[in-house]
Design a binder for this molecule. Sequence first.
Ligand code: NAP
Length: 487
Amino acid sequence: MAYDFQVGIIGAGFAGLVAALRLKKQHKESFVIFERAADVGGTWRDNVYPGCACDVASPLYSFADEPNPNWANLYSSQPAILEYMKLVVERNDLRKHIRFNSDIVKAQFMSDKGCWQLTNAQGTTTTVNVLLAALGPLNRPNIPDFPGLASFQGQVIHSARWDTTCDLTGKHVAVIGTGASAIQLVPAIAPMVKSLTVFQRTPAWISHRLDRTVSEAARQRFSRFPLLMKVQRESIYWLNEFVGMGFTGSQWLNGLMKHISLKKLADEVKDPETRKKLTPNYTIGCKRILKSDDFYPTFNRSNVHLVTDPIDTFVQTGIKTIDGQEHALDVVILGTGFKVADLNFYTEFMGKAGTRLQDVWKKTGGEAFKGVTTANFPNLAFILGPNTGLGHNSVIHIMESQMNYIMQYINQIEQLGGAGYLDVKESVQQDYNQRLQQQFNGTVWASGCQSWYMNEAGKNTTLYPRLNTHFRRLTKRFSIADYQVNS
Ligand code: NAP
């Protein structure tokens, strides 16, 4: 064998673990997982800000083959999700496959050997026949270049790099942003701080979360009758798919969602001026709809203030907005999200004939076939590659769809043996992406809002424009005709 392992996986977050579980299930034991950090979990290990939780219900936001009867809530908090991931790792004996603190900085395809050479930050190399990039889209915090930021004498914390030693009690605190992380953070810290100033650039559409605790009796029922978990999972999945239709073309459903959200805002925020500021002015769903039942009511507290005047500059003592007002602050929390659409991963991928993936994607704006394979990068599969994100359902379902396809890809490469490789045809990839971009027509994502789904050129490289059900069909069968075979 010309390589160390049949399969290499970069990343031990949900995507990497989905891949590992599937390899195990098909009795493929020759695989290695490289993880930059000292533990598994990806985004669920990194995000430990107060209130961090998932806005997809846990019976669905979990591995299909690893149902958990013990969820304490319908929507789980970060510690519960991380604990579940670790449990699955132990139960499936995955830890022995993982190399922790191994940051793959370079992946080089070796045409003569039909394999990838991976180099970690310490310079150690490993070769694998097939490489799975499970890098995760939400791991590079977006820290805006605010003027004067360095001069601020208080503490600045990004939501995804939480300082667990920081005590916010009795302090003057600001949160910049009103995205998915901020709307969880704000209600969690409001009761402990002296004052909380929320800097909002664009109001988010917010829908009901309707979380509830799961009784001990219900958990026992799930344990005794696993079929109940399956039924619950399917019900949540199909309800989310139904909601997704309000994004992909159904006008009446979109209108209903807007009506429900505006009613929620009217019911939950007392002050008319604050309500006005919190009212979105773009099509619902164009940016991710957020789920919360405690964000709006937080603005009824006397110590919480909403600021919509844009930030002019940081000063030594706080933030100055363009109306000239200075907001005195001890701590500023950046809930400003992640760099997703620039596709500048930590790992450098070098394909056939010296092609560098980041250079190709800079030109095309991130394109892959089915969000998995990329021309000139043979034997490489992305999990959650370009245009595989969602605004309405569980992304783990997308990962599992991709693994249905990737397992067939791996089996085909295995059959070639020796230095064989499979390279998706450029024309196939182009046709796929042309069709995919056309499918945005008529969806909420083409309605003109600014979001991190788009790259600098205004191309949506992040979302899949249809429902999960379509994506599952799309990834069901692998066709060798889509590939150049080098045997
Ligand atoms: P986000 O949704 O991208 O929100 C970032 C916020 O920061 C937005 O309100 C944005 O305003 C604001 N912002 C960015 N740059 C700014 C600037 N220069 N000045 C002022 N405001 C600025 O980020 P996130 O909340 O971290 O969430 C990112 C993604 O993580 C989510 O969409 C989701 O996929 C995932 N997430 C999921 C969960 C979950 O429950 N499953 C929880 C947390 C995060 P604009 O809207 O004007 O850009």
